[in-house]
Design a protein around this ligand. Structure first.
Ligand code: EPZ
Length: 421
């Protein structure tokens, strides 16, 4: 079990390159199950969730090789359509194999993913969309058992814009017979990248990047290559590392438009943010941090995956800020840990109300989930004295060696083994 030991109060400087995006990787990797051949991916982050997905795909018969961000997945010999609990319980995104397996092989048995640290994570929209495409669905012993001789294109409408359900429906529809119209589709960048990858395989999709997707099913899809996008959440997290420590830093990142909501809010807080071709610089030296309200929403709104990090930043605001999560109403496991450092935060329904304080005092805090642990690291960077962040296996799921990136920027942060759980 590892922990981070952080000596707070250090000014940061310099530049760091953002890794490939975790969430888009977890969408495009299972899509390879729609073809039978060698699929190549570049700019895939070396984070634990990727290895978890590789293990699950291996269980299905996929051969892989993965080094320096280059991943290949050979789907020539699929031997199973069963995604067992021991794999799926580790990562909810495993449900992404449902659509491709069902559509390509007419059968899929996928464990229900269960909840996560901050609450239930339903999959009803995934199941409903498979039914709409003609699948027989049985829920038995905690498994989704889906069968269909061949899926038939159909209209699908999502009452809630769901990234995962949109991805599953799009992948299933790509090999269905006939046309599928998906309305209120998620438009997160990971869905746009997935659609582009499916197109490269030979799928016929209209409306990519919009919340209305028209998919004309084809009989076969071919292996393809795709370059992954930058991780907008890692980018936003590191920009806040610069802001919260009142430093001047630069990040190297692509698809900067995906960061617009976060950059706008950082500017609203008084930070000087400059956007260049594939770089974003933030200058928060001598900044009096303005308290800025945030309400998360689906893309291109402020991402729920940045809510915990923003809450950490607003600890030092010059007034009171209200941070509302409209996607996950109970995603506040980081708050009690931040309060242990001296933050003044009240949870009111699905909002964190943050009254600015002058300083935090380092302490031992515990990670509970991926983005909560990122917020604890950010607070530790700005706290006085030493902060220990425990259970950083949560962080390792979605950030590629974040301590090395932060050290490169001048932070005092070390990874240490601990028997403490
Ligand atoms: C994706 O999860 C991301 N994960 C999450 O990032 C992210 O927080 C989330 O999208 C929202 O942006 C990956 O991409 C691997 P949703 P997903 O389906 O697809 C409700 C991280 O930190 N819903 O868009 O599971 C759901 O409860 C992770 O990197 C249903 O009601 O999210 C939520 O309120 C955490 N029924 C809303 O939709 C369903 O069947 C959005 O969820 C599915 C979802």
């Amino acid at each position: 079990m590892d922990k981070f030991v952080i000596e707070g109060g250090k000014k940061l400087s310099g530049s760091v390159k953002i890794s490939g995006a975790k969430n888009s990787s977890l969408a495009i990797m299972p899509a390879a199950l729609l073809n039978n051949g060698l699929n190549s991916f570049t700019n895939i982050p070396e984070v634990n969730d990727i290895y978890t997905m590789i293990k699950l795909l291996k269980h299905l018969g996929v051969e892989s090789s993965f080094e320096n961000g280059n991943l290949s997945l050979n789907t020539s010999k699929i031997i199973s359509q069963d995604a067992p609990y021991e794999h799926v319980k580790k990562m909810r995104a495993s449900i992404y194999v449902l659509g491709p397996l069902l559509s390509k092989y007419g059968y899929a048995k996928v464990s229900m993913p269960g909840g996560c640290a901050w609450g239930p994570r339903p999959v009803n929209l995934h199941i409903e969309s498979m039914k709409k495409l003609g699948a027989e669905i049985e829920l038995k012993d905690g498994y989704i058992i889906a069968t269909a001789k061949r899926l038939n294109g159909a209209p699908i409408h999502f009452d809630v814009a769901s990234v995962g359900a949109t991805g599953n429906a799009m992948m299933a529809a790509a090999l269905a017979k006939g046309n599928t119209l998906i309305t209120n589709a998620a438009i997160e960048p990971e869905i746009t990248l997935l659609a582009k990858y499916l197109e490269k395989m030979g799928a016929r999709i209209q409306g990519i990047g919009t919340n209305k997707l028209e998919i004309e099913g084809v009989d076969e899809l071919m292996p393809a290559k795709i370059n992954n996008i930058s991780d907008r959440i890692e980018a936003g997290t590191l920009l806040i590392a610069g802001a919260i420590t009142k430093s001047k830093i630069e990040i190297e990142v692509d698809e900067i438009d995906n960061l617009n909501a976060v950059i706008t809010k950082l500017k609203d807080s008084g930070a000087r943010v400059e956007v260049l071709a594939n770089k974003v610089s933030i200058d928060a030296e001598n900044l009096e941090i303005g308290s800025v309200d945030v309400a998360t929403s689906v893309f291109p709104g402020f991402p729920t995956d940045m809510q915990a990090q923003w809450t950490a930043y607003m600890i030092f605001g010059n007034g009171t800020s209200t941070i509302t999560d409209n996607i996950y109403s109970d995603r506040f496991m980081h708050v009690p840990e931040l309060v242990r450092l001296g933050a003044n935060i009240q949870i009111v329904k699905n909002s964190a109300v943050v009254k600015g304080v002058k300083k935090l005092q380092g302490a031992k805090v515990m990670s509970t989930d991926l983005r909560a642990s990122a917020s604890l690291v950010l607070a530790g960077l700005a706290a006085q004295g030493e902060t220990e962040v425990l259970r950083i296996y949560h962080l390792d799921r979605g950030y590629q060696r974040i301590e090395e990136k932060l050290k490169q920027l001048g932070a005092s942060i070390t990874r240490a083994a601990t028997a403490e759980f």
